[in-house]
Design a protein around this ligand. Sequence first.
Ligand code: IDP
Ligand code: MG
Length: 133
Amino acid sequence: MEKTLSIIKPDGVARGLIGEVIRRFESDGIKIAQMKLIRLTTEDAQGFYAVHKQRPFFNSLVEFMTSGPVVVMVLEGDNVIERNRKIMGATNFVEAAPDTIRRCYATDIEKNIVHGSDSLESAEFEINFFFKN
Ligand code: IDP
Ligand code: MG
C-alpha cells in the first residue's frame, strides 16, 4: 500500500483546522497510519526542506514552520501521494482548484495549511525523517 507524509502546518494547527484536514482525508478513504503533534526545531525544518535551501523563500519558510506546533502524519492508500496532492490543491492558493484545502483555507503562498510529499522518493525520505522504523 502506498504511503505519503502529510503535515498540518503551524497556520492550520493555530486556526483549529486539524479536524477539518483529517476529515477530508478520511472521507476520501485515506487511512491515517501514524500521527504526532510536534514542534519543529530550526534544524528539523532546514533538514526537512533541504531541497529548497537555494530558494529565496527558504529562511522565511523555516521560520514559519517552526513558529508553532505541527501535526505530522503518514497517510496510506492506493495512489495516496497523488490523491493527497489533489485534496491539498496547488501551492499557490489562488491557483488551487475549488474545494481543495489550500483554496478554502490558505491565506498566503507560504501559509498554505498543509504539506504533502510529491513523489515516491520524497515520500520515502519524508516518512523516514519523522518516523524512523
Ligand atoms: P508544495 O508545498 O506545494 O510542494 P513547494 O514548491 O515544495 O510546494 O514549496 C514548499 C513550501 O514552500 C510551500 O508549500 C510554501 O509553504 C512555501 N513556498 C513555495 N513557494 C513559495 C514562494 O514563492 N514564496 C513563499 N513561500 C513559498
Ligand atoms: Mg513540495
